[in-house]
Ligand binder design. Structure first.
Ligand SMILES: [Zn+2]
Length: 82
């Protein structure tokens, strides 16, 4: 994960041996431990040394720790013609 530049170091970082889809109760964030909602796009990370485990970040932590922004509503905007 050396290619990621952390905005700030996560206080804790958990790895999982499973890989549930977002929206499942088992799909929790590696940092804040909160369930990742179905409409979120989790960021999944595998350590190079062990591809059998993954860490996943909820959108809130992606923004907070990695500075990744999610713009969800852009496509739903009305485009009025003149
Ligand atoms: Zn989180």
């Amino acid at each position: 994960m050396a290619e990621f530049k952390w905005l700030k170091k996560p206080p804790a970082f958990q790895f999982f041996t499973d890989s549930p889809d977002s929206g499942w109760p088992e799909c929790v964030c590696s940092i804040c431990n909160q369930m990742i909602q179905e409409d979120e796009m989790p960021l999944r990370l595998w350590p190079q040394s062990n591809p059998n485990i993954e860490a996943r970040l909820c959108e809130k932590c992606q923004t907070e720790y990695l500075g990744i922004q999610h713009f969800k509503d852009v496509e739903e905007e009305d485009h009025d013609t003149i």
